[in-house]
Design a protein around this ligand. Structure first.
Ligand SMILES: Cc1cc2nc3c(=O)[nH]c(=O)nc-3n(C[C@H](O)[C@H](O)[C@H](O)COP(=O)(O)O)c2cc1C
Length: 328
């Protein structure tokens, strides 16, 4: 598998974890790394909040030593504030700064940030230019196919970002209007790849080793980014890497191993956030781990009430007794 080189920095594995606010926290990222994921990215961080020294925002930047290489992702709509925020986060020693141009959430895109930048390519480029000038590390961007089907402009935005100094561009092959609904447009990712000289990372609907191979084959992209497909299944990174290297998948975690993984994620989350907050956030993760087999819906509902690690431990025993993880 080819090494991914971004701005002169080598990333040993070209399969990265997509940034996911409220989900891909330090605990989950650590597990993905243990299963062989390449680049990791922080949850998106508000440039404005950072410059106002918001404590909760700074908490999003904490990570474990294993989380490397690591990008900190910023969102915002003001080049000066984005540049100032990028300077500030250098104290956390990221390997890359990533700029969010894809978030569809109204509270982000409605304020001119995230995917809204797809509607304003000159501003998108000005932000990249300002951030590149502010920091020593390579700056990457994450874009979408376009705002809607009538304004598909990923190639234009990607080219402007490259000209402004971006060291790589990740493309989520969907419009903002689509939000997260399929299909992913791999043809548009291919067009971006053909237009750019910096690395292009393909993103969207990669939920299996075969889908990973398809993204590489159909787009010619230099790397891929896996999001929702890895939720409750961090071992997917090992499976993708095996498949890309040998055409076969060897990692097939047993139900017991899957539950051990869930408990380990909870332990890491507790170490970072304390039991109360960690277990509230682990509810959705537990439900993802329980997805797929017999009895899973009952367990998923129960996961929604989790408050303690002990309750989660009991739930994992119940899952094993029910035998509801075989297909998960
Ligand atoms: C819960 C959730 C949170 C997300 N948060 C971010 C984010 O903070 N920054 C970002 O660039 N994209 C974010 N995304 C988008 C993902 O990075 C990715 O582009 C998208 O999920 C498509 O990939 P997938 O089909 O593999 O999930 C988020 C997606 C989800 C589902």
């Amino acid at each position: 598998m080819a090494v991914l080189t971004v701005g002169g920095r080598e990333i040993a594995c070209p399969v990265s974890l997509a940034p996911m606010a409220g989900v891909a926290d330090s605990a989950f990222r650590q597990l993905c790394k243990e299963f062989g994921c390449g680049l990791l990215t922080s949850e998106m961080v508000s440039a404005k909040a950072l410059t106002m020294s918001d404590r909760k925002t700074k908490d999003l930047l904490r990570r474990a030593p294993i989380e490397a290489p690591f990008a900190i992702q910023l969102f915002g709509d003001d080049p000066e504030i984005m540049a100032r925020a990028a300077e500030l986060v250098m104290a956390w020693k990221p390997d890359f700064i990533d700029i969010n141009m894809g978030c569809p959430a109204p509270k982000i895109a409605g304020n001119g940030s995230g995917s809204s930048l797809m509607k304003n390519p000159p501003l998108a480029a000005a932000i990249v230019r300002a951030v590149v000038a502010a920091v020593e590390v390579p700056v990457t961007v994450k874009i979408r196919k376009g705002w809607d089907e009538h304004s598909v402009n990923a190639v234009e935005v990607a080219l402007l970002c490259q000209e402004a100094g971006a060291a790589a561009v990740a493309v989520h092959g969907k419009t903002r209007e689509q939000m997260y609904a399929p299909p992913v447009d791999r043809a548009v990712i291919r067009q971006v790849k053909e237009a750019l000289s910096v690395p292009v990372i393909g993103n969207g609907e990669i939920d299996s080793p075969e889908a990973a191979a398809q993204m590489f084959a159909e787009t010619g992209c230099d790397g891929i980014m896996v999001g929702r497909g890895a939720l409750g299944r961090p071992w997917l990174f090992a499976q993708i890497n095996e498949y890309l290297q040998t055409g076969e998948v060897c990692t097939r975690p047993t139900p017991r191993q899957k539950m051990a993984c869930l408990l380990r994620q909870a332990e890491l989350a507790i170490a970072h956030k304390g039991e109360k907050r960690a277990m509230a956030e682990m509810r959705k993760h537990a439900a993802w781990y329980f997805k797929g087999g017999r009895g899973a819906s009952k367990l998923r509902a129960k996961a929604g009430t989790l408050t303690t690690y002990q309750a989660l431990e009991e739930m994992t025993k119940e899952a094993l007794d029910l035998g509801c993880l075989e297909n998960g």
